[in-house]
Ligand binder design. Structure first.
Ligand SMILES: [Zn+2]
Length: 77
């Protein structure tokens, strides 16, 4: 199963909230499904750094997809 996430393909359905060059945060605007659990995610953090920092609410569920070049973290509020 291909878990690669193509944000270019869904760029009209998500909104880029932050782009630092090595880190991007997308907001889900059209119930795009999380590739890990299949449920629509709230936000997606794409990081090409080896580490990334998150401070989610205690009630937020996280899904993580590790790709060869980057880590993608999906939050479910
Ligand atoms: Zn998920």
């Amino acid at each position: 199963m291909d878990h690669q996430v193509d944000f270019e393909a869904v760029r009209h359905r998500v909104k880029l909230l932050r782009d630092t060059g090595s880190e991007r945060v997308y907001e889900n605007r059209d119930a795009v499904g999380c590739p890990s659990c299949g449920e629509p995610f709230t936000e997606a953090l794409v990081s090409t750094e080896r580490t990334c920092q998150l401070s989610p609410e205690p009630s937020v569920d996280l899904c993580v997809v590790r790709e060869s070049e980057r880590i993608v973290v999906f939050t479910h509020a």
